[in-house]
Structures are given as structure tokens and as C-alpha cells.
Design a binder for this molecule. Structure first.
Ligand code: TEU
Length: 574
């Protein structure tokens, strides 16, 4: 089923450049720092490296606000550094993905400066400008009730021209107007510029938001009492998305390049299949948000709590594993990135006695599914969330800080709510993923010889690369073994079928991967305690010689009943 392709067999490592490795001593990671660590990345066994944005940017949203698509931010290095990075990767047989943010630019991009300069400017139409509304009292109001992801209205008023521009994210991130032919050509030109330079593909930021419904109708009122509402129904997978993606797909095909699109706020599988179906020529794969925004976001949004349920996780995983297999699409597998809390803290345990076990269990759970595996820097070490005792002043992320500010302004005296919300930040704030990479037990975790831009997680003396690389049983070596296993058995682990086993268990996540007569059983104990698990009837008993990988080094066999130790996981041939 489905054609074979190099990108289906590949694994990707994501680098957040600010926090990866600082070579200059200014406290901020940089491109030469990435180059220093290429052998480390190679040793992990990935095939592709994706680096979060390194373009010239005022860094309002850590580079997801681009001021010049063809220039490198001096804080990260130079264009020559990028050339050296690309050749260093290629020499090692690795590919390079740029992070392309083309739903919006920075408000400091020349296109926006021009656009805002006058209504008559030829760039005016490159962004989305609308006249104000006025209420019954003659007060000026935004053109509609859409909220910005970072709080407040999605529209910002521009005094000079008396109009509003749209920004689905920060007001310093104006949305590009994809209805404008010249603007689209400029974006395609940017893509060609990088592909001509030798980059191997793109991770495309919020690519499903580029086509807005041109009526700009109000969003449904979802939060009674609130002024602004989530308008995704009017712009997530909007009317012309596929037309644009087919042009993008055409360019990617010319270069045999790789694409992964980030797609928040869409769940309709038929619609997603249109983006990734093998006959569609749009994108290779997408990141969906079903797990990371589904299982533990409360009704009141990301920073309200919801106890995650195994049954929900299972139904999400089974749905996408089956769906893509049956319909010729492809999954991007991820649990972490620069926007998410760390897996061990969020869904496992980061207690010292469990952290490594949980990290290895999640590696097994994710890494043996069907899809292209994405590993986020530090995930391979089992890095954890920022410690509970860190106070608000340690947080730096725009999303968290705007949420906190709004809370302090609107509910200043609700101490209990504030405490609950802070606990939520410690679970899900994007900052959890953005602490410096922990290279060694030396000062600043070996990340920088200067003062790091972000405080180093207290765990660095125990949790660091130096103590894991080459050490049997470490999370790093376990991840490397998982990635090797995929390479050694591509029929089963890349192209094989997925079937859930014992879907009713609340504690154990088990599945099989099968290709023709070959079948492998994967068993993961998600709990920090010993669990008894009975092999379903019809499955052959687990034999030591059949075990392909295990997190404890041996397997807990007692006929067909297994006593799974805390966070134990293994895979064995059936
Ligand atoms: O993220 C898009 C996005 O939807 C995120 O805001 C996400 O929902 C949230 O952070 C996770 O819960 C992308 C980038 O990954 C993010 O870093 C940028 O801030 C955003 O686009 C705007 O470019």
C-alpha cells in the first residue's frame, strides 16, 4: 500500500537555534553552534534536520516574525554559516529543512512598511486591510470579532490610513494577503531562492491558514462575555488553500524537495487527506494537533486543565494510523516541538527515578508507529519542563506572557485562579521546550560560555548529552536504537499496517505493526507503577529471543501474563 519514498523512511531532528548551542559566548545559540554538533545529530541516527527560523527578524515571536526572507539574523550568524551548515549536513548524508513562515511576516518587513505607508502603495494589497466598523454610539470597532491567538482582537488599527490590518498572531505579525497574485509570486520566489541554495525542503508554519474566506464574517460566539472569538472556521483550510498548495507542491516536485505543513484547528480527515494524499501533489505530510491540543486542554483553552485519558489518546492514534494507511496519506509523528511542554513532565513523570524510563517509553510508543518521526532537541535526552519552583519572571514566551497579562488585568484579585493558571504554564507553556539544550554537567550545561538568554533547567547535572551518548540504556541510545530498528525493518515499521491491541486498557498502550507474514508487538506501560497485562488470546507468548528492543534490557515474561515495570516498553516479533 502506498508508494515507497525516502521521506517516509526518514526521521527528522528539530533544532530551536536560540537554545541549541552558543558558539560565540553571547548567550544565544547560533548556526556555528549547530555546525559544532553535527556529529552528535548524526550519531542519533536521524536523516533530516529542521531548524526553526533563522531569518532576519525583530524576534517578537522568536523569529516566527520574519523581516527579510533572504537574510540571516546576525544574532544567529551569516549566509556563509548557512552554506557551511548545508554542506556539513550533506557531507554526512543529512538533509536540511528551512522553517518557512508565509502566513504572515514581521511588521518590519519591507513589504509591510510599504503596504502601511499609503493606500495607494503598490504593496497595499499584499496584506489584509479593512475599513473600521462603528457601533451605535459611533465608536470605532475592528472589522469583525476575530481574536488573535496571542490575545485581543486579530485586527490592529493604523492611524495613518484609518484602516485595520489583520494579524492572526501578534500585532507585529501582519497576515499576508494570498489573494494578491504578486504577493504569492514573491513567496514562490523565496522558496526557489532557498531551494536553489541547496536546502532540501520546508517546514511550513501554519500553512493551512493562508486562504481566508473573503467575506470576513464574524466568528461564532464561543466564549460568552468575551469580546473576541476564535475565527478558524473562516480561515483554517480556507477556500483557495488547495490551489495554493498545488503550486507549492509543483515547486517542491521540481526540486525533489520535502514538505511538512503545520495545520492547527482542522480535524476533518477528508480535508487533511486532500493536503497529503499521494495523488494530490500538495504536501508530503502535516502536523496535526489532535494529541498536543486535544488530550489535555480544558474547555477554557490551553491554560485550563483537563486530565488526559488513555482512551482518548488511543482513539486519536488509532484514527490517524488507520486512516493514512488505508487512504494513501502519510503521518508526521511528534509529541514535542518548540511550542509544547516536555513529554515526560506532561504525560509521564519527570521524577528523578522515572524520567529516563518515561523518556524511553515515549520513544518506543512514538517511534515505532507508522509515519515520519520528528524528535525535538532534548527529547532524545528526556529533558523535562521548567521546575515547579521557577517564578513568573523566568517565563519569556509571548503566548504565556500575554495570557498572564490578560489574566492579571481582568481578574486581578483571583489568587486561586492565578495559582491554577501558573501550574498550567508549568505543564504547557511553550517556554518548557525553550530552555537551553543540556550538553554537559559543566556550567550553563555546556550550552554557552556566557550568560544564557534563558535560564538553564536545574536538571542539567543529571540530564545531559555527555552522560548519555554511548551509554547503553540511556534515552539517547534508546532513541538511536529505535531509529536503527526502523531502518533495519522498513517493511514492518515504515510500510506496515498498524493495529491497536487491547484497546480497552487504561494503562498499557499496545499495538502491532505487520507486513505480510511479519508482525511485531509493541507494548508500553504508561504508568509509574507495575502493571499486570495479559497478552490477548491469539497472540503468541513473548520469548526472550524475539525481543527487538526493550527499555529495561530484559522482558518480564511469565507465560502469557506480563508484569510490566514502571514505564516499561518493549517490542517483540510475533
Ligand atoms: O504555531 C502555530 C500555532 O498554532 C501555535 O500557536 C500553537 O497553537 C501553540 O503555540 C501550541 O499550543 C506556529 C509556530 O510553531 C509558533 O511558534 C508561532 O508562534 C506561530 O506559528 C506563529 O508563527
Amino acid at each position: 500500500r502506498g508508494q515507497r519514498a525516502w521521506w517516509k523512511e526518514a526521521s527528522v531532528y528539530q533544532i530551536y537555534p536560540a537554545s541549541f548551542k552558543d558558539s560565540s559566548g553571547d548567550g544565544l545559540g547560533d548556526i556555528p553552534g549547530v555546525i559544532e554538533k553535527l556529529d552528535y545529530i548524526k550519531a542519533l541516527g536521524v536523516d533530516v534536520v529542521w531548524v526553526s527560523p533563522i531569518y532576519n527578524s525583530p524576534q517578537i515571536d522568536m523569529g516566527y516574525d520574519i523581516a527579510d526572507y533572504k537574510a540571516i539574523d546576525a544574532r544567529y550568524g551569516t549566509m556563509e554559516d548557512v552554506d557551511r551548515l548545508v554542506s556539513g549536513l550533506h557531507e554526512r548524508g543529512l538533509k536540511f529543512l528551512m522553517d518557512l513562515v508565509v502566513n504572515h511576516t514581521s511588521d518590519e518587513h519591507e513589504w509591510f512598511r510599504q503596504s502601511r505607508s499609503s493606500k495607494a502603495n503598490q504593496y497595499r494589497n499584499w496584506y489584509i486591510w479593512r475599513k473600521p466598523n462603528f457601533d451605535n454610539h459611533g465608536n470605532r470597532r475592528p472589522p469583525n470579532n476575530w481574536s488573535s491567538y496571542f490575545g485581543g482582537s486579530a485586527w490592529a488599527y493604523d492611524e495613518a490610513s484609518g484602516e485595520y490590518y489583520l494579524h492572526l498572531f501578534a500585532k507585529e505579525q501582519p497576515d499576508l494577503n494570498w489573494e494578491c497574485d504578486a504577493m504569492r509570486e514573491a513567496v514562490y520566489d523565496v522558496m526557489r531562492f532557498w531551494l536553489d541554495k541547496g536546502v532540501d525542503g520546508f517546514r511550513m508554519d501554519v500553512i493551512n491558514l493562508i486562504s481566508k474566506d473573503s467575506s470576513f464574517a464574524d466568528a461564532n460566539v464561543t466564549n460568552i462575555g468575551q469580546q473576541y472569538h476564535h475565527g478558524a472556521q473562516h480561515y483554517a483550510n480556507g477556500p483557495r488553500l488547495h490551489e495554493y498548495l498545488q503550486v507549492i507542491g509543483g515547486i517542491m516536485n521540481e526540486y525533489d524537495a520535502f514538505s511538512v505543513g503545520e495545520m492547527p484547528w482542522v480535524s476533518d480527515s477528508a480535508e487533511i487527506l486532500k493536503c497529503v494524499g499521494s495523488d494530490r501533489n500538495e504536501l508530503n505530510m502535516i502536523f496535526n494537533f489532535d494529541i498536543v491540543e486535544g488530550i489535555d486542554h480544558g474547555d477554557g483553552g490551553k491554560f485550563t486543565s483537563k486530565q488526559w485519558e488513555m482512551s482518548e489518546l488511543k482513539s486519536i492514534v488509532a484514527k490517524w494510523q488507520r486512516f493514512m494507511y488505508e487512504n494513501g496519506g502519510w503521518n508526521a509523528l511528534y509529541l514535542e516541538n518548540h511550542d509544547q511542554g516536555r513529554t515526560v513532565s506532561r504525560w509521564g513523570s519527570d521524577k528523578p527515578e522515572y524520567r529516563q524510563l518515561a523518556a524511553k517509553m515515549f520513544a518506543t510508543f512514538l517511534g515505532l508507529q507508522s509515519g515520519t518521526v520528528f524528535v525535538y532537541q532534548g527529547q532524545e535526552l528526556g529533558m523535562s519542563n521548567i521546575p515547579d519552583h521557577w517564578e513568573m519572571e523566568e517565563f519569556k514566551d509571548l503566548e504565556t506572557l500575554s495570557h498572564w497579562q490578560e489574566l492579571c488585568e481582568t481578574r486581578p484579585n483571583e489568587t486561586e485562579l492565578k495559582a491554577i493558571t501558573k501550574a498550567q504554564y508549568h505543564q504547557k507553556s511553550r517556554d518548557n521546550a525553550r530552555t537551553p539544550m543540556q550538553w554537559s554537567p559543566d556550567s550553563n550545561a555546556g550550552f554557552s560560555s556566557g550568560q544564557p538568554w534563558f535560564r538553564v533547567n536545574d536538571t542539567y547535572t543529571e540530564c545531559n548529552a555527555e552522560s548519555q551518548v554511548g551509554v547503553l540504556g540511556s534515552p539517547f541510545e534508546h532513541w538511536a536504537a529505535i531509529l536503527r530498528l526502523r531502518k533495519a525493518m522498513p517493511d514492518v515499521f515504515v510500510y506496515g499496517d498498524f493495529q491497536m491491541v487491547d484497546a480497552d486498557s487504561e494503562d498499557v498502550f499496545a499495538y502491532t505493526r505487520t507486513f505480510k507474514n511479519d508482525s511485531v508487538l509493541v507494548v508500553c506501560n504508561f504508568r509509574a507503577s507495575t502493571m499486570t497485562w495479559t497478552l490477548p488470546s491469539g497472540m503468541s507468548r513473548v520469548q526472550p529471543g524475539d525481543v527487538l528492543i526493550s527499555t529495561y534490557g530484559d522482558v518480564p515474561i511469565d507465560r502469557n501474563v506480563l508484569r510490566l515495570r514502571p514505564f516499561e516498553a518493549f517490542a517483540c516479533v510475533q
